[in-house]
Design a protein around this ligand. Structure first.
Ligand SMILES: *[C@@H]1O[C@H](CO)[C@@H](O)[C@H](O)[C@H]1NC(C)=O
Ligand SMILES: *[C@@H]1O[C@H](CO)[C@@H](O)[C@H](O)[C@H]1NC(C)=O
Ligand SMILES: *[C@@H]1O[C@H](CO)[C@@H](O)[C@H](O)[C@H]1NC(C)=O
Length: 331
C-alpha cells in the first residue's frame, strides 16, 4: 500500500509552555491509474471472480463466453474480484499456475486488455506478495494486482479494496487459515489507514459513477452470507459517499441485491469456476437475482447510464439491471 506519512512539527502554546509533538498525518494516497474511455465517451468491462483452477470446473467454458461477450461489448478492461488461484494462491512468481490458470485460459482476443485484480482469501493462503509482484506483468502484461488502488476514468471511478484483513476469524484462527499477512501487520493500523484512504478517495472523486470492488461480500444470500466486518466498517463509508455499486466474489455464484435501505447495488460475480454450492439463504432483504452456477458480469457505462448483465457458462443472459442519473455537472 502506498501509505505515506508526513511528520509535522506541531507547536502548541499553552500558558507559555511550548509543547512540541510529532503528529503523523496520513497523506491518504492510494495508487491511482487512469483508464481512457472509448471515443464515444462510453466504457465497458467484465467482472469475474473465484476462478484459477487450470480450466477445471467450467473455468475454460466461462473464459470462452467472456471472450464472446467481451468482443460484443468491445470491453476496455476486466476486473477480478479475487481468489485468483486455488487452492492456496501462488507459491512464488515462478508458480506455473499463473500461466496455466490465467494466461492459457483467458486467451480470447477481446480479453487481451488490462486486468484489474484484487486478492481473495485463498490468494492469502499462498505467497500473497507473488501476485502483487511486477514480475508477473513481465510474464503477462495484462496482470495488475494490488491490495488497494484506484482506477479513474472520465465517467466512472473504481475503488479496489483489500477486504481480507477485515475478517476477524482469519486472525483468531491463525493456525487454521495460515494467511500470508506480510505487509499487512500491524493489522489495526493497516485497517484504519485503508478506511481513511478509501473515504478520502471517495470524497475526492468527481466522477458520475462510483464503483467499489472487493473480494468479500457485503450483502449475500449465498454460502458465506454477509461479511459482518465489511458491513460494519466499509459499508457506512460507501453509503456516505453515494457509491453506485459494490462488486465482489467470495460466494461462488452470481447475484444482485438491491437492499431497500441502501442506494448501492450489491453485485456478486464469483462464478469463475467451481460453483453449485447449493446453500442459499432465501430470506435475504432485497434479493433481485441469484444463480448458483458459473458465469460472469458485464457492465456498460455512459455518463448517464449504467447497464449490468450476468451471463452463464453458455453465454446466456440471466439478469440485467439498468441505472441512470443526471450528468455530474448538472447535479
Ligand atoms: C458446467 O456447467 C454446466 C452448465 O451449467 C453444469 O451443468 C455442470 O454441472 C458444470 N460443471 C461443473 C463441474 O460445475
Ligand atoms: C483527487 O482527485 C484528483 C482528480 O481525480 C486527483 O488528481 C488527485 O490526485 C486526487 N488527490 C488525492 C490526494 O488523491
Ligand atoms: C436496460 O437497457 C437496455 C438497453 O440499453 C434494454 O434493452 C433493457 O431492456 C433494459 N433492461 C431493463 C431491466 O430495464
Amino acid at each position: 500500500m502506498s501509505m505515506g506519512f508526513l511528520w509535522l512539527w506541531v507547536v502548541i502554546c499553552m500558558n507559555n509552555i511550548i509543547l512540541l509533538s510529532f503528529v503523523s498525518v496520513s497523506t491518504a494516497e492510494l495508487q491511482r491509474f487512469e483508464h481512457p474511455v472509448k471515443a464515444d465517451g462510453s466504457l465497458s468491462f467484465l467482472a469475474i471472480g473465484d476462478w484459477g483452477r487450470r480450466g477445471a470446473y467450467n473455468q475454460s467454458q466461462v473464459a470462452y463466453q467472456m471472450g464472446e461477450i467481451g468482443t460484443k461489448l468491445n470491453i476496455d478492461f476486466v476486473i477480478s474480484t479475487g481468489d485468483n488461484f486455488y487452492n492456496r494462491g501462488l507459491t512464488s512468481v515462478k508458480d506455473p499456475a499463473f500461466v496455466e490458470s490465467f494466461t492459457e485460459i483467458y486467451t480470447a482476443k477481446s480479453l487481451q486488455k488490462q486486468w484489474y485484480i484484487v486478492l481473495g482469501n485463498h490468494d492469502y493462503r499462498g505467497n500473497a506478495l507473488a501476485q502483487l509482484s511486477p514480475v508477473l506483468r513481465k510474464i503477462d502484461s495484462r496482470w495488475l494486482c494490488l491490495r488497494s488502488f484506484l482506477v479513474n476514468t472520465k465517467i466512472a471511478d473504481f475503488f479496489f479494496i483489500d477486504t481480507n484483513p477485515f475478517v476477524d476469524k482469519y486472525f483468531l484462527r491463525k493456525k487454521h487459515y495460515q494467511h500470508d499477512w506480510r505487509g499487512v501487520l500491524p493489522r489495526k493500523q493497516y485497517l484504519s489507514n485503508l478506511l481513511k484512504d478509501l473515504d478520502f478517495a471517495l470524497r475526492n472523486s468527481s466522477a458520475n459513477w462510483k464503483v467499489v470492488v472487493g473480494h468479500h461480500t457485503i450483502r449475500s444470500i449465498g454460502h458465506h452470507g454477509d461479511t459482518k466486518e465489511v458491513v460494519d466498517q466499509i459499508l457506512p463509508i460507501l453509503e456516505a459517499n453515494n457509491v453506485d455499486a459494490y462488486i465482489n466474489g467470495h460466494d461462488h455464484c452470481l447475484e444482485h441485491i438491491s437492499s431497500t435501505n441502501s442506494q448501492i447495488q450489491f453485485l456478486t460475480s464469483g462464478g469463475g469456476s467451481k460453483a453449485w454450492k447449493g446453500d442459499i439463504k432465501m430470506k435475504g432483504d432485497g434479493s433481485k437475482f441469484y444463480y448458483d452456477g458459473q458465469g460472469f458480469l458485464s457492465a456498460q457505462f455512459t455518463e448517464t447510464d449504467a447497464e449490468f448483465a450476468f451471463y452463464d457458462v453458455s453465454g446466456t443472459l440471466l439478469h440485467r439491471l439498468n441505472l441512470s442519473k443526471l450528468p455530474y455537472d448538472s447535479m
